[in-house]
Design a protein around this ligand. Sequence first.
Ligand code: HEC
Ligand code: HEC
Length: 251
Amino acid sequence: MIDCLRNLLRPVFCRPAATALVALALSAGAEAQTVPASSMSSRVLACTACHGKEGRATPDGYFPRIAGKPAGYLANQLLNFRDGRRSYPQMGYLIEHLTDDYLREMAEHFAAQDIPYSPPPPPQAPPALLEQGRQLVQQGAAARRIPACVSCHGSAMTGVAPSIPGLLGLPRDYLNSQLGAWKTGQRRAHVPDCMADIARQLTPEDVSAVSAWLAAQPVAAGGKPARTLPAAMPARCGGVAEVPVAAAAAR
Ligand code: HEC
Ligand code: HEC
């Protein structure tokens, strides 16, 4: 199954993509190098087998939504999986030989999908734990050197283009596992890995609290990433360009 999915990513084995390339070569001459949108849709069938139609995720699985996430974030993740900073072998195998450019094109493809979010599942934790999660996300815990999550992920928690992801619309199990993986070093980002520093400050109870609270929040503003933050980010993060501060950007 995975072998046949992997073939989808290779135009030479994939009849619809090959046909599209020939058609493009005939109509566009020298521009035949670029990947036509239709062939990208057929190639990413390999991805949507797990990530759901158009990358919208499946109702209650672990597989994260990828549709509509910031393109730079998605591209960074594909590089992370390909280069071993993140690991999910069935997916890594699909992309291990793909070039940076190809991965970026796939990232752009999924980032451009504009698909409504489903309502969140009911909260799955006692009120006190949910309140602990809300406080950490919105205010952080200065005494324990935990910055508010919204200070980078945006006040609507829908992320900031091009490289900071949103925190909503993700399954609780997925959030728990990502924060846990950063604590143990199984998930890494480009250096300086700000999320590794933050995750290491979180206790296991903090992790359950933020994951339970985040997974129960509805997604505002169609989940669109913001373009600015109200104040400078509290730390530098690798692979993320300095985000403009709203007041400065308005000038
Ligand atoms: C066999 C199932 C499977 C297939 C096929 C698959 N993925 Fe994934 N993908 C996953 C899982 C599971 C994760 C989360 C892994 C983890 O725990 O970190 C993931 C994570 C991701 C992420 C990171 C999401 C985030 O929010 O950080 C991106 C981007 C992604 N996949 C893109 C793709 C693309 C593009 C393809 C097609 C080339 C693909 N995936 C194929 C299962 C799959
Ligand atoms: C200093 C900025 C910053 C702060 C503060 C911050 N984050 Fe992040 N976070 C990031 C960046 C940058 C990424 C993307 C990392 C990468 O490229 O893998 C990220 C990624 C994540 C992801 C992965 C999302 C996915 O789709 O896989 C989760 C979960 C997350 N952060 C949770 C949190 C939580 C919870 C807090 C608060 C306790 C927090 N973050 C605070 C910058 C920050």
